[in-house]
Ligand binder design. Structure first.
Ligand code: CP
Ligand code: NVA
Length: 345
């Protein structure tokens, strides 16, 4: 839900200060929570979160492993070559067995139905680390990055003092966010999140690569469609954009479609020229979940001063850490309640 998203973003920003044990803890966590803790944080002490990954990962895995370490717990990587799942054992039995030994499952799967099945049978919370349809933790990092850079979108805005003591989370004005490229998991989560936080989305993709009906159904249920413009022309999409975002044109598992996709997305590469001609805000910024190929964005933009891609990658850690901390941290005495279907997204 929106309050949960906002709470996670604030919590992750605070954890950045919290993770520097040589500094006084400050920020939005109530002081009485700190008073129960020894620094560095041990909120995941004696807890293990299983990373059940059937696809490659650099950022999500690193974020999960490093943040669990900082919280005093363990993230246990279980790749598809390591365990019995899919070869000798069903998702149902695997979920039950992992859930008997670990406190949570962070799962990266192929088809989205695979994670639904794990969640149906798991006795512990299952978090989506990427599926064919959704990539929710990516959007948390993207939003935190925008909040940290909110001053860039204000007339005469000044960067906040980053001294490890001052919370870096700032309120963000409603933005126009353009997405140019493939309608894949990252975009799908943008579609159900940004409009609910007050932002306008402008999307350009080739017509054959539009969001599947189950995604669009959810977009409509949440009333997000009213804040989304969708067309084919990338220049039209970037009109008035404060932020331009893209993703790979060939997601994991689509390698056989490479030639067809490169052909279909010809003309969708994010460049300075495209954004200038399309009438983006002259101060526009660029984001990308990574990994990136030069097909979808050229080096000038990707490595240039508009690019927020590396702070965005770093923020995978702080937002995943906030999720782990909120869900599994030992100061949270609220019993875990399985979310309803709607809250699941
Ligand atoms: N952005 C992202 O999810 O990266 P990885 O696939 O490397 O985890
Ligand atoms: N759409 C990409 C995202 C990678 C983080 C993929 O699914 O491969």
């Amino acid at each position: 839900s929106v309050p949960q998203i906002q709470a996670t973003l604030r919590h992750s920003s605070t954890l950045k200060q919290f993770s520097r044990p040589w500094l006084e803890p400050q920020g939005s966590i109530p002081k009485k929570k700190f008073s129960k803790l020894k620094l560095p944080s041990q909120s995941l002490f004696n807890k293990t979160i299983a990373l059940l990954f059937s696809k490659r990962s650099t950022r999500t895995r690193l974020a999960a492993e490093t943040s669990a370490t900082l919280l005093g717990g363990r993230a246990l990587f279980l790749g598809k070559e390591d365990i019995q799942l899919g070869v000798n054992e069903s998702p149902r039995d695997t979920a039950r067995v992992i859930g008997g030994m670990c406190q949570g499952i962070f799962a990266r799967v192929g088809e989205h139905e695979e994670i639904e099945e794990l969640a149906r049978h798991s006795p512990v919370p299952v978090l989506n680390a990427l599926s064919s349809l959704w990539h929710p933790t990516q959007i948390l990092a993207d939003l935190l990055t925008l909040h940290e850079h909110a001053y860039l979108f204000e007339e005469g805005g000044v960067a906040p003092r980053d001294d490890g003591l001052t919370p870096v989370f700032q309120e963000l004005r409603p933005l126009t966010v353009a997405y140019v490229g493939d309608s894949a998991n990252v975009l799908h989560d943008m579609l159900v999140t940004y409009p609910r936080l007050g932002h306008q989305l402008r999307v350009a993709s080739p017509p054959q690569y539009r969001a599947p009906s189950e995604v669009w159904k959810r977009v409509e249920e949440l009333g997000c469609d009213k804040s989304i413009w969708w067309g084919e022309d990338p220049k039209e999409a970037v009109k008035g954009a404060d932020v331009v975002i893209t993703d790979t044109w060939i997601s994991m598992g689509q390698e056989a479609e490479k030639a067809e996709r490169l052909h279909a997305f010809n003309g969708y590469q994010v460049t300075e020229e495209m954004c200038r001609e399309g009438g983006a805000n002259p101060n526009w910024r660029f984001m990308h979940c990574l990994p990136r190929k030069p097909d979808e964005v050229n080096d000038e933009v990707f490595y240039g001063p508009r690019s927020l891609v590396f702070p965005e990658a770093d923020n995978r850690k702080w937002t995943i850490m906030a999720l782990f901390d909120n869900l599994f941290g030992r100061w949270d005495l609220t019993p875990y309640q399985k979310p309803t279907k709607k809250e699941d997204d």
